[in-house]
Write a protein that binds this ligand. Structure first.
Ligand code: GMT
Length: 378
């Protein structure tokens, strides 16, 4: 089969959609395809040089006449220029706006032969989709893409409910690489966590939707029954209020704020349980990362989380806002060693067998080739 030339458009910052797009590109390059990333700066996780991988930066033009620099136009122009010069086959846009729309514009500038695949990640629908002023442009981005995927069945359903596009949407779950696994580490003693303490972990961008307040409140109640430390990783709009909540609850000695971190495998490797109590979550890539390190998860039974956590098998699902049930499940998992071992093994199995990179990359690769069906494949 002919190797493909694929453009990947994504956000560069720490965040699920950018991470998935970057890992996908790197893995496709390892499969021999030529990958061209388009973003406003080098995507987080694309730090090392990889063969077959190119990066094209789109800069917003700063002219006095523009009250707001038109980044989307610069991005579309960059995609068109590189697609023409490098003869790209496909542009794979991650996130509906502006990326899908920029890719469609670039296609119109270049040729109909250039195919556009769009992957919906979550907030592009579940948050922006509620904004009436963006509804039509999101719908346009979906309908004019040659193929559209979404990272969970739940997100597909929500897209039809909110946007009602006249377009088939294919589910391609997020994936985790084999190499993402538990590693030996001294982190627990480095952080001064007593060895007998259990470690509860949460990682996110600290946006309101992540409900980090619920995590802190649940943990405070758990401390009445279990000796434990809460590790909070990430940074975002809620960070300060969470810090104040921890103080108000008088649990500062049991909570460690690590901010944004790069070596996540080490952090997962000291955790006993991972908590994700979001209000909205189309998938929860971080759950897969935890599971791949053998860490059972407790998550809210919303969005795509139930497609990852099987209640009572590889973790627990809890109703949103139900701190008592969440605390009960957390205490059980932290104190019942046999249950913990069972769920840890099931978590590893879920990460490797249901969401392993090989399987999911194959699904993307098939979609790429199907898209180019009419193009001669040699
Ligand atoms: O809110 C985030 O976690 C960031 C957001 C993004 O767009 O980068 O993540 C979304 O995409 C991830 C990758 O597909 C999913 O795992 C997250 O569940 C999804 N976030 C939400 O739906 C809130």
């Amino acid at each position: 089969m002919r190797k493909l030339k694929i453009g990947i458009v994504c956000y560069p910052t720490v965040g699920g959609s950018g991470i998935v797009a970057t890992e996908l590109g790197i893995q496709m390059a390892r499969r021999g395809h030529e990958i061209h990333f388009f973003s406003s700066s080098t995507p987080f996780r694309l730090s090392k040089r990889c063969s077959n991988v190119f990066f094209h930066q789109a800069d917003a033009n700063q002219y006095a006449v523009f009250q707001y620099p038109p980044y989307s136009l610069s991005l579309a122009s960059k995609i068109a220029e590189v697609s023409r010069r490098e003869k790209l086959d496909i542009i794979h846009a991650h996130y509906a706006i502006p990326h899908a729309v920029c890719a469609i514009l670039a296609k119109q500038m270049v040729s109909d032969e250039l195919k556009v695949m769009t992957t919906l990640h979550g907030t592009d629908i579940t948050t922006l989709g509620y904004d009436a002023s963006l509804h039509d442009v999101i719908k346009f981005g979906i309908e004019k893409s040659d193929v559209v995927t979404a990272v969970s069945d739940s997100l597909i359903q929500e897209t039809y409910e909110l946007i009602d596009p006249d377009k088939e949407i294919v589910r391609v779950h997020n994936f985790i690489e084999e190499s993402f696994c538990r590693v030996p580490t001294n982190l627990k003693s480095e952080l001064g966590i007593p060895l007998e303490n259990k470690v509860v972990l949460h990682i996110s961008n600290f946006r309101p939707v992540k409900r980090v307040d619920q995590i802190v409140r649940t943990f405070a109640k758990t401390l009445e029954q279990v000796r434990a430390t809460l590790l909070l990783v990430g940074d975002g709009p809620e960070s300060s209020s969470i810090y104040h909540l921890v103080k108000d609850l008088g649990i500062e000695d049991s909570v460690i704020f690590l901010g944004n971190q790069e070596s996540l495998q080490e952090i997962f490797s000291v955790a006993d349980v991972f908590l994700l109590l979001s209000d909205k979550e189309s998938f929860g890539l971080v759950l897969l990362e935890a599971m791949a390190c053998g860490v059972p998860c407790i998550g809210t039974s919303i969005g795509g989380i139930p497609e990852v956590i099987e209640d009572g098998e590889n973790g627990f699902l809890v109703p949103p806002e139900d701190i008592n049930t969440t605390k009960e499940r957390l205490v059980k998992l932290l104190t019942d060693d046999a249950l913990h071992l069972h769920m840890s093994e099931k978590s590893l199995d879920t990460a490797r067998n249901r969401f392993g990179a090989e399987k999911i990359l194959g699904e993307y690769e098939n979609l790429y080739y199907n898209l180019l069906d009419k193009v001669e494949i040699v």
